[in-house]
Ligand binder design. Structure first.
Ligand SMILES: [Zn+2]
Length: 375
């Protein structure tokens, strides 16, 4: 993990580079910022820089120290993160029991994931995550050992706000007077839930949400998106690259929804009743959640097309493909029918939520579009 693997956050990068260059690395820092802004990737890059055997403000990426750190498997790089007690487990739950999963997650995401994704990965959705007292004993033990490589020892604590009072209290002393060449990096998205005693013993660095431009450029470079598409995703991500990645997942469905919407509009216009029946059967074969998402998508596209007629591009949020379609289609959505179409979609959504036969719901909607589209 290098600083260049961290999206945006140039001010924080500069501040951390200055610490390294000056040889004044605070022994306990608190990286704070909203989910998806890159606090954990920054902690990894900073830790790598501290563990790089070639020193310098940038990790070299080539030495054994950098290579081990990149896998999250450096003997002097320790991780603590919230976990849960498995059913029937008699020993306390600690991070080391989930370390393999944690490393996989880091390797796949570069540290861009949030607590919901972590919960999903370790296979629980409604369990309470915590950092147990047993964990603080382990931290003390790990940091009392001599560093394996004769340099820094780094302890990254992800979501320290999930420590209970007892766990936190045990760490106060070591946070205040750690062994030499020890760097604690606490990575928090809810620093206000941290105990004041912990906050007062750490040097705080605040991260801002990412800018739309940062996210847009990252999507083009890392995810091979075209500029127009990257722009739309970035706008919907609210400063979180994690949310942007989730949006990409949704976009795969969106491509299908777009095709199905266009198909229906063509068939309705040409009154191809038999094809419309097949179309309804196909949509009916999807799961109910997906059907609801499809209806939401249709509503959005109808709204965008209606607005397109007013020629205010700054108010239109469409992908390139959707915008190209709007050039021809928008004139069919007008003052006479827009409310009718939106109401039909709302009714369809309500019926789907109430378990009405989806084949009937979607065929019914398709038939109504024949009448509505020519108004
Ligand atoms: Zn190196």
């Amino acid at each position: 993990m290098n600083f260049s693997d961290v999206i945006g956050q140039e001010e924080v990068k500069a501040q951390l580079r200055r610490q390294i260059a000056a040889g004044h690395v605070p022994h306990a820092q608190l990286f704070c910022g909203p989910e998806g802004c890159g606090t954990l990737p920054m902690a990894l890059a900073f830790a790598t820089a501290l563990l790089c055997q070639n020193g310098g403000e940038e990790p070299c990426g080539a030495c054994p120290g950098c290579k081990m750190a990149a896998k999250g498997a450096h003997p002097d790089l320790h991780f603590v993160f919230p976990v849960y007690k498995r059913a029937g487990q008699t020993t306390p739950a600690v991070s080391d029991q989930f370390l393999d999963t944690w490393r996989e997650m880091l390797a796949e995401s570069g540290g861009y994931f949030d607590r919901a994704e972590w919960l999903g990965r370790i296979g629980v959705e409604n369990q309470q995550l915590l950092i147990s007292v047993a964990e603080s004993d382990l931290i003390l033990r790990k940091l009392s050992l001599k560093s394996g490589q004769g340099g820094y020892k780094v302890m990254i604590v992800w979501l320290p706000e999930l420590m209970n009072v007892e766990t936190a209290n045990k760490l106060l002393k070591i946070l205040e007077e750690p062994p030499s060449e020890t760097a604690f990096i606490l990575v928090s998205d809810h620093p206000d839930s941290l105990l004041a005693t912990i906050r007062s013993r750490t040097q705080r660095i605040d991260f801002r949400p990412l800018t739309d431009t940062d996210i847009m450029q990252a999507l083009m470079k890392r995810n091979a998106l075209e500029e127009a598409d990257a722009k739309v995703v970035a706008r919907l991500s609210e400063g979180s690259y994690v949310r942007a990645l989730r949006q990409l997942q949704v976009n795969e469905d969106t491509a299908l929804f777009f095709d199905m919407f266009v198909l229906l509009m063509r068939m309705s216009y040409m009154r191809k009743i038999k094809d419309m029946h097949e179309w309804a059967e196909r949509v009916a074969s999807w799961g109910r959640e997906r059907q609801k998402n499809f209806i939401d998508y249709c509503q959005r596209l109808v709204r965008e097309n209606f607005m397109y007629n007013f020629q205010k591009p700054e108010l239109n949020y469409m992908s390139r493909q959707e915008a190209e379609f709007a050039v021809r289609f928008a004139r069919f959505v007008n003052e006479r029918n827009v409310i009718g179409i939106m109401n039909e979609l709302s009714d369809a959504r309500r019926d789907i939520a109430q378990n009405v036969n989806p084949k009937m719901v979607f065929f019914d909607f398709a038939l109504k579009m024949i009448v509505l589209l020519i108004q």
